[in-house]
Design a protein around this ligand. Sequence first.
Ligand code: ADP
Length: 699
Amino acid sequence: MDVSTIASDKKFQNKIQALIKKVNEVQGEASSIVGSAELKVIHEHLEPLSKSLSFNGFSILNDEGLEIGSPLDGVVGTRWLVSISEGERLFDLVRLGNTVISLPFKNELALLDQDGVLRENKPILLVGSPIYDSQGKFAAVLAFFLSPEAVFTEIFGISQFGKSGETYAFDVSGNRLTKGRFDESLRQLGILEPSATSSLNVEIRDPGGNLLEGFQPSHKPDKWPFTRMVKSALQQQSGFDIEGYRSYRGVKVIGVWSWLSEFRFGVASEIDYEEAYSLLFEVKKSFYGVFGFLVFAACGVIWLTWRQGQINSSLVEATEMAEKASLAKTEFLSRMSHELRTPMNAILGFAQLLQMGPVYGKFQEVKNMVDPILKAGNHLLELIDEVLELSTIEEGKLRASIEPVEIFELKNDVLDLVKPMAEKESVVLIDQCPVERRIFVMADRLKLKQVLVNLITNAIKYNRVGGSVTLAYKIESHKLIFLVEDSGPGIKEENKNIIFKPFERLGGEDSGIEGTGIGLSISKKLIELMNGAIGLTSEIGKGSCFYFSLPVTDEPSVLKEKIDRNSSSLETSQNVMTVLYIEDNPANLELVEQILRGKENIRLISAIDGGLGIEMAREQSPNLILLDINLPDLSGISVFKKLRSIENTSNIPVIAVSADAMESDKKMAMGLGFCSYITKPIDVPDFLKSIDDALSKAN
Ligand code: ADP
């Protein structure tokens, strides 16, 4: 909560926006960011907060995962945090609008410890929250570092009960996440380093005998099996064992455990068998003993309830968040089920009537029954497509084929589509788009069309009889701003951000207006995928104006006839050089085919993913490889490393082709040994020159 409060503070957001502007100006160059006044202001803002909340430092990542602010200068300008799996996971979840706590992980960088000393390799955990810009667009991640020993261990109860009882947490690999009461004995046994705690340093494995009584295991600790408790918990089971089993110290214990899948860790409480039962043996001896046992048991129950309450209250926030998400999902599912059932009713109802047969041969009556079936069926299809599309975007699997798109024609196509709806709703469409010159934007044609249709149909749906929808666009600093203005009821200030969240209908569900609440969230994600931004202005009672911006580009030269890649004359010619292009996006492949079409000495072959690319390179030994860095299966960097490790591909020059235009990405790739780094959109003369240079060297 603290982190999300800091991240949503308007003043702080403005400071971050200034920093992002600076980072863009200096093209991510680390030393210029580190020395900037913009970062200094942020340090002054965050450092006292970080101290007062006992955090061990912070990181600010821009929307591409680049570190743009950190107390460690060396980290700025790198992608350090997202290169760690917990960091990458946090970044992905925060980008979707969540405030997220990571699991503890080991951090190789030196961070300030509780006592103010810089220490490396200490366990650390992260809390991250999104920072939005003034238009409500995701701009950056604010992450604070915490010491799990100070926080996690406390929350999840390093509770020590009796002489030997303890409660601890462990992760999916059986690693302890919390320090324990027996750390000192583990150090003496040599299982733990002298200054370490068991948090992230001990796996809960069964040594095979009681270590404390001098048992000498024959294998190294990593060969020991997991304890009975961990084996069960890692199968996502909760359980207890009062018969007794060997713990990680080799001592016989009884225990109870649970795997908390939503938090990705397990919790166990264990106590030595002897201690647990010794009292029982005693109390058997006399009535007073029994009475004593009952008192003990009652105290135990009270203690457990109290402890549970403590753990619960600490988990309650996290659980509330999870519950909210799950509630939104349940609400969505019940809404969806309603939406799906309504057309299903028409389909099944009319189909049954047809099956009964009395209308056979009466064309008009049959038509009257089939029409609603088709209409309802099409509506169902639309719903299913929307939900599927949203889940594809949410999983980050959606890709855009970005190319120059002429906006005036596209707008006309969309107007043709929405005209019948506007007429039906008695809303006038006013087109104020300038006709004077052709304007091209870098976009995915189909996806852009989808966004426009969504904005305009919303402007028609949420309007009044006799109202109007006005379309206009203008160019501002190399960006096209497209506006869709309506004369509807308007949108309250506090709803302007949540309107872009999935499943939000702002009461639209009670208005009788058809919808799913998904359209705007898809539109926002699509526009961001095309490197643009979306937003709105609105006045209650007067109307709303939704707008989006996209980068403008020059008019492309006419695409020429397609190359015949199977041409045998090319293959047999002596000077022909083979170029392998590993690229999953058909539009990009087509573009490169067209660019290389004029080069008679080049035979272009292609592969649509990293695995296939490596296979083709191995089999065909091309003279040059063009490698897309964002491939669906492996990253371009992994493909490159693999190519370098295979004997007959290790010397083939490789050119990186990537949409990541940051100077740091380029530097990193060149450092790995790529012979050049081409950024999309491709600059044709530069691209051809890089290919010529690489091929002449290869020759
Ligand atoms: P849907 O229209 O399917 O409900 P959207 O995601 O497109 O879903 O829109 C979400 C909600 O935002 C709508 O339910 C409606 O309440 C509100 N909304 C969208 N566009 C407008 C508009 N132009 N004017 C007023 N309210 C709007």
